[in-house]
Design a protein around this ligand. Structure first.
Ligand SMILES: [Zn+2]
Length: 353
């Protein structure tokens, strides 16, 4: 056991006294090793059958930034201590039942007071109240050399993760001052016959909503650092409405059986989310937050106006996923994994046209 330096806890909802060292691992200072190590940590935590999602991984990444050896010592293998935050591991993100004060989004404020903050997401977008902003340039989505890595079930959605070590897939223009790198995308959806989007338009929800999460690698060193900064993330939201089969969504739905259970992850290489974009890139934009705990107010939201069409059958395949782990006796279908709209609190929604 090695005493690990304690990361900056200022922007996280845990205290320094929660830190304890659980193991040591021998790794070298390479991206690949750190990546592998991240999943070893996840596997360990999953074996303890606690709720683990990308938020926790993100905290581990911050921590790695503190303890990873400097580049000049890369020839050597180093003993890398790590810490976990026990109370975070017991705070699973729960959506069900939506209005249950004990578990659902309406109780998130108890562990995450920012849930009642001034720039929370999602919101109800009222097009007539959104101001046309001629200063907003066109949105540019450059996914030409996009490389997906894996697909996973984090217990509240299905997530496709990307290589974000360089600017191969970025979003820029619109409200953004610089390019933001694609990190992952995931979906939110409802139950059969129910609306499942997070944002609504004039009070109307859509069947599902796709979130493509990007981070500001110009200003911040890591995704973890960016995810707590006011201009750290840019999330592109795309509505899914029920209609015909989506021509490309099957590439995702075909592999969902491999990530049915919470905590499962499988290789998913070479998928380019460009095929999920609608034909028009007109958008609304506003300053908001993550829509799952820790609900950091770090997101520049860009919500596309034109929905894409998917079939009820394709949505049904998302609903085959489970909130629960393979070992759990009780099986809970993953559905209604959306947070309802939050108060606007005087924020301005801008429109690109
Ligand atoms: Zn989301």
């Amino acid at each position: 056991m090695v005493n690990a330096p304690i990361p900056d806890t200022q922007n996280n909802s845990f205290s320094q006294t929660d830190v304890f060292t659980i193991t040591c691992s021998t790794v070298t200072n390479t991206e690949e090793k750190v990546f592998t190590w991240k999943y070893e940590v996840l596997q360990y935590l999953r074996s303890r059958r606690r709720g683990v999602d990308e938020t926790h991984v993100c905290i581990f990444q911050c921590f790695l930034a503190v303890v990873t050896p400097q580049p000049e010592s890369t020839q050597h293998e180093h003993l890398l201590p790590f810490a976990i935050y026990p109370h975070l591991l017991t705070n699973t993100v729960s959506y069900f039942p939506q209005n249950d004060s004990a578990a659902g989004p309406s109780s998130w404020y108890k562990n995450y007071p920012v849930a009642e903050g001034n720039r929370q997401s999602p919101i109800d977008i009222v097009p007539n109240e959104a101001s046309r902003d001629r200063d907003l340039g066109p949105l540019m989505i450059n996914y030409d050399h996009c490389t997906s890595i894996n697909i996973s079930n984090n217990g509240h959605s299905v997530v496709v993760e990307f290589n974000d070590s360089d600017d191969r897939s970025v979003i820029k223009g619109g409200p953004l001052d610089n390019p933001y790198r694609l990190k992952q995308f995931h979906f939110h959806w409802g139950g059969k016959g129910h609306e499942g989007s997070e944002h609504t338009v004039s009070g109307k929800g859509f069947a599902s909503e796709l979130h493509l999460v990007h981070w500001n690698a110009v200003k911040y060193k890591t995704y973890g650092e960016a995810s707590t900064a006011p201009d750290g993330l840019a999330v592109l939201g795309i509505f899914l409405e029920t209609g015909d089969d989506h021509r490309w969504l099957h590439m995702i739905t075909d592999v969902l059986y491999t990530v049915k259970y919470k905590g499962s992850i499988t290789d998913f290489k070479g998928f380019n989310p460009k095929c999920l974009l609608p034909s028009s890139l007109h958008f609304w934009t506003y300053l908001g937050s993550l829509t799952t705990p820790p609900l950091h107010e770090s997101v520049i939201w860009i919500v596309l106006k034109e929905p894409i069409e998917v079939s009820e059958k394709q949505l049904g395949m998302l609903r085959m996923l489970l909130f629960t782990e393979e070992e759990d006796n009780q099986k809970m279908r993953m559905e209604n994994n959306f947070r309802p709209p939050q108060p606007l609190k005087g924020r301005r929604v801008r429109s690109s046209n």
